[in-house]
Design a protein around this ligand. Structure first.
Ligand code: NAP
Length: 170
Protein backbone atom coordinates (compact mmCIF):
# COMPACT_ATOMS: atom_id res chain seq x y z
CA UNK A 1 0.00 0.00 0.00
CA UNK A 2 1.40 3.42 -0.84
CA UNK A 3 1.16 5.89 2.03
CA UNK A 4 0.43 9.53 1.33
CA UNK A 5 2.26 12.36 3.07
CA UNK A 6 -0.20 15.17 3.74
CA UNK A 7 0.21 18.64 5.19
CA UNK A 8 -2.73 19.97 7.14
CA UNK A 9 -2.86 23.70 7.88
CA UNK A 10 -5.17 26.62 8.55
CA UNK A 11 -3.83 29.83 7.07
CA UNK A 12 -4.94 33.41 6.58
CA UNK A 13 -4.96 35.35 3.30
CA UNK A 14 -1.49 36.68 4.16
CA UNK A 15 -0.33 33.06 4.83
CA UNK A 16 -0.19 33.69 8.58
CA UNK A 17 -0.64 30.52 10.66
CA UNK A 18 0.29 31.59 14.19
CA UNK A 19 1.13 34.26 16.71
CA UNK A 20 3.06 33.83 19.98
CA UNK A 21 3.02 30.03 19.45
CA UNK A 22 -0.80 29.97 19.34
CA UNK A 23 -3.47 29.81 16.65
CA UNK A 24 -4.61 33.35 15.66
CA UNK A 25 -8.34 32.39 15.52
CA UNK A 26 -10.84 29.93 16.93
CA UNK A 27 -12.89 28.09 14.31
CA UNK A 28 -14.47 25.08 16.01
CA UNK A 29 -15.40 23.38 12.71
CA UNK A 30 -11.75 23.59 11.68
CA UNK A 31 -10.74 21.78 14.87
CA UNK A 32 -13.42 19.16 14.14
CA UNK A 33 -12.14 18.69 10.59
CA UNK A 34 -8.57 18.39 11.88
CA UNK A 35 -9.71 15.75 14.37
CA UNK A 36 -11.76 13.83 11.79
CA UNK A 37 -8.90 13.72 9.27
CA UNK A 38 -6.01 12.95 11.61
CA UNK A 39 -7.46 10.68 14.31
CA UNK A 40 -5.97 7.20 14.01
CA UNK A 41 -3.11 8.44 11.82
CA UNK A 42 0.43 9.36 12.87
CA UNK A 43 0.98 13.13 13.10
CA UNK A 44 4.39 14.80 12.81
CA UNK A 45 5.17 18.22 14.21
CA UNK A 46 7.95 20.59 15.22
CA UNK A 47 8.86 20.96 18.86
CA UNK A 48 7.24 24.40 19.12
CA UNK A 49 3.91 23.19 17.75
CA UNK A 50 4.05 20.23 20.15
CA UNK A 51 4.60 22.66 23.05
CA UNK A 52 1.70 24.78 21.79
CA UNK A 53 -0.56 21.68 21.82
CA UNK A 54 0.56 20.83 25.35
CA UNK A 55 -0.32 24.42 26.28
CA UNK A 56 -3.89 23.92 25.01
CA UNK A 57 -4.53 20.31 26.04
CA UNK A 58 -1.98 19.49 28.75
CA UNK A 59 -1.30 16.28 26.81
CA UNK A 60 -0.44 15.15 23.27
CA UNK A 61 -3.23 14.89 20.67
CA UNK A 62 -5.27 11.84 21.71
CA UNK A 63 -5.82 8.69 19.60
CA UNK A 64 -2.95 9.46 17.23
CA UNK A 65 0.79 8.79 17.50
CA UNK A 66 2.34 12.22 18.07
CA UNK A 67 5.82 12.34 16.51
CA UNK A 68 8.00 15.36 17.31
CA UNK A 69 11.11 16.68 15.58
CA UNK A 70 13.66 18.49 17.69
CA UNK A 71 17.39 18.98 17.41
CA UNK A 72 17.92 20.54 20.82
CA UNK A 73 15.69 18.11 22.74
CA UNK A 74 13.18 18.95 25.47
CA UNK A 75 11.72 17.49 28.63
CA UNK A 76 9.68 14.64 27.12
CA UNK A 77 7.20 14.14 29.97
CA UNK A 78 4.66 12.30 27.79
CA UNK A 79 7.33 10.06 26.25
CA UNK A 80 6.40 10.76 22.61
CA UNK A 81 8.73 9.60 19.82
CA UNK A 82 11.27 12.33 19.02
CA UNK A 83 13.46 12.52 15.91
CA UNK A 84 16.47 14.69 15.10
CA UNK A 85 15.65 14.48 11.42
CA UNK A 86 12.37 15.15 9.59
CA UNK A 87 12.76 12.41 6.98
CA UNK A 88 13.39 9.84 9.71
CA UNK A 89 10.24 11.08 11.46
CA UNK A 90 8.22 10.67 8.25
CA UNK A 91 9.62 7.15 7.71
CA UNK A 92 8.70 6.22 11.28
CA UNK A 93 5.19 7.63 10.75
CA UNK A 94 4.80 5.59 7.57
CA UNK A 95 5.85 2.37 9.28
CA UNK A 96 3.22 2.98 12.00
CA UNK A 97 0.59 3.76 9.34
CA UNK A 98 1.50 0.56 7.49
CA UNK A 99 1.11 -1.53 10.66
CA UNK A 100 -2.24 0.13 11.38
CA UNK A 101 -3.46 -0.31 7.80
CA UNK A 102 -3.68 3.47 7.21
CA UNK A 103 -2.77 5.13 3.93
CA UNK A 104 -1.94 8.66 5.10
CA UNK A 105 0.41 10.41 7.52
CA UNK A 106 -0.02 14.05 8.48
CA UNK A 107 2.49 16.85 8.94
CA UNK A 108 0.74 19.29 11.24
CA UNK A 109 3.21 22.20 11.46
CA UNK A 110 4.47 24.64 12.33
CA UNK A 111 6.07 27.09 9.93
CA UNK A 112 9.58 25.60 10.00
CA UNK A 113 8.28 22.09 9.43
CA UNK A 114 5.87 23.09 6.64
CA UNK A 115 8.75 24.91 4.95
CA UNK A 116 10.93 21.83 5.01
CA UNK A 117 8.22 19.35 4.02
CA UNK A 118 6.03 21.01 1.38
CA UNK A 119 8.29 19.65 -1.38
CA UNK A 120 7.70 16.11 -0.04
CA UNK A 121 3.93 16.40 0.27
CA UNK A 122 1.40 14.52 -1.88
CA UNK A 123 -1.62 16.35 -0.52
CA UNK A 124 -2.51 19.63 1.24
CA UNK A 125 -5.57 19.86 3.49
CA UNK A 126 -5.99 23.63 3.71
CA UNK A 127 -8.31 25.76 5.71
CA UNK A 128 -8.14 29.17 4.08
CA UNK A 129 -9.28 31.87 6.49
CA UNK A 130 -10.50 34.77 4.37
CA UNK A 131 -8.86 37.63 6.20
CA UNK A 132 -5.35 38.86 6.91
CA UNK A 133 -4.13 38.52 10.48
CA UNK A 134 -1.19 39.72 12.48
CA UNK A 135 1.30 37.03 13.39
CA UNK A 136 4.82 35.67 13.45
CA UNK A 137 4.52 32.25 11.73
CA UNK A 138 3.68 31.82 8.03
CA UNK A 139 2.95 28.99 5.61
CA UNK A 140 5.44 28.87 2.71
CA UNK A 141 4.49 30.31 -0.65
CA UNK A 142 3.83 27.44 -3.04
CA UNK A 143 3.19 27.21 -6.75
CA UNK A 144 -0.55 26.58 -7.23
CA UNK A 145 0.25 25.13 -10.68
CA UNK A 146 1.74 22.07 -8.96
CA UNK A 147 -1.57 21.27 -7.27
CA UNK A 148 -5.06 20.27 -8.29
CA UNK A 149 -8.06 21.14 -6.16
CA UNK A 150 -10.01 17.94 -5.44
CA UNK A 151 -12.46 19.27 -2.82
CA UNK A 152 -13.72 22.63 -1.57
CA UNK A 153 -16.43 23.78 0.81
CA UNK A 154 -16.92 27.49 1.47
CA UNK A 155 -18.20 28.82 4.79
CA UNK A 156 -18.68 32.47 3.98
CA UNK A 157 -21.32 33.13 6.67
CA UNK A 158 -18.89 32.43 9.48
CA UNK A 159 -16.87 35.21 11.14
CA UNK A 160 -14.18 35.02 9.91
CA UNK A 161 -15.24 33.33 6.64
CA UNK A 162 -13.20 30.28 5.67
CA UNK A 163 -12.95 27.48 3.08
CA UNK A 164 -11.91 23.86 3.42
CA UNK A 165 -9.78 22.97 0.39
CA UNK A 166 -8.01 19.74 -0.55
CA UNK A 167 -5.15 19.96 -3.04
CA UNK A 168 -3.47 16.93 -4.60
CA UNK A 169 -0.06 17.18 -6.23
CA UNK A 170 -0.52 16.97 -10.03
N1 NAP B 1 -2.52 27.36 11.64
C1 NAP B 1 -2.08 26.11 11.67
O1 NAP B 1 -2.63 25.21 11.01
C2 NAP B 1 -0.88 25.78 12.52
C3 NAP B 1 -0.45 24.46 12.65
C4 NAP B 1 0.67 24.20 13.43
C5 NAP B 1 1.34 25.25 14.06
N2 NAP B 1 0.89 26.51 13.90
C6 NAP B 1 1.60 27.64 14.51
O2 NAP B 1 2.95 27.65 14.04
C7 NAP B 1 3.77 28.27 15.04
C8 NAP B 1 4.95 27.35 15.34
O3 NAP B 1 5.76 27.24 14.17
P1 NAP B 1 7.37 27.42 14.28
O4 NAP B 1 7.91 27.48 12.90
O5 NAP B 1 7.67 28.53 15.22
O6 NAP B 1 7.83 26.08 15.01
P2 NAP B 1 7.68 24.51 14.63
O7 NAP B 1 7.90 24.32 13.16
O8 NAP B 1 6.45 23.96 15.25
O9 NAP B 1 8.89 23.90 15.47
C9 NAP B 1 10.21 24.35 15.22
C10 NAP B 1 11.17 23.45 15.96
O10 NAP B 1 11.21 22.16 15.35
C11 NAP B 1 12.52 21.63 15.42
N3 NAP B 1 12.99 21.41 14.04
C12 NAP B 1 12.81 22.19 12.96
N4 NAP B 1 13.34 21.61 11.86
C13 NAP B 1 13.88 20.43 12.27
C14 NAP B 1 14.57 19.37 11.61
N5 NAP B 1 14.80 19.40 10.29
N6 NAP B 1 14.99 18.33 12.33
C15 NAP B 1 14.77 18.28 13.67
N7 NAP B 1 14.11 19.24 14.35
C16 NAP B 1 13.66 20.30 13.66
C17 NAP B 1 13.36 22.63 16.20
O11 NAP B 1 13.21 22.24 17.55
P3 NAP B 1 14.35 22.47 18.66
O12 NAP B 1 14.42 23.96 18.84
O13 NAP B 1 13.83 21.73 19.85
O14 NAP B 1 15.62 21.89 18.10
C18 NAP B 1 12.62 23.93 15.92
O15 NAP B 1 12.86 24.93 16.89
C19 NAP B 1 2.87 28.51 16.24
O16 NAP B 1 2.39 29.84 16.22
C20 NAP B 1 1.70 27.56 16.01
O17 NAP B 1 0.51 27.99 16.63
C21 NAP B 1 -0.21 26.79 13.15
Amino acid sequence: MSIKTSLIVAMAENRCIGKDNKMPWHISDDLKRFKALTTGHPVIMGRKTYESILGYLNKPLPNRTNIVVSRAGFENTHDVPVFLDLEQAINHAKSIAQNDDKNEVFIIGGAQIYNQSIALADCLHLTKVHKSVDGDAFFPDFDEQDWQESERTNHMDHTPPYSFITLERQ
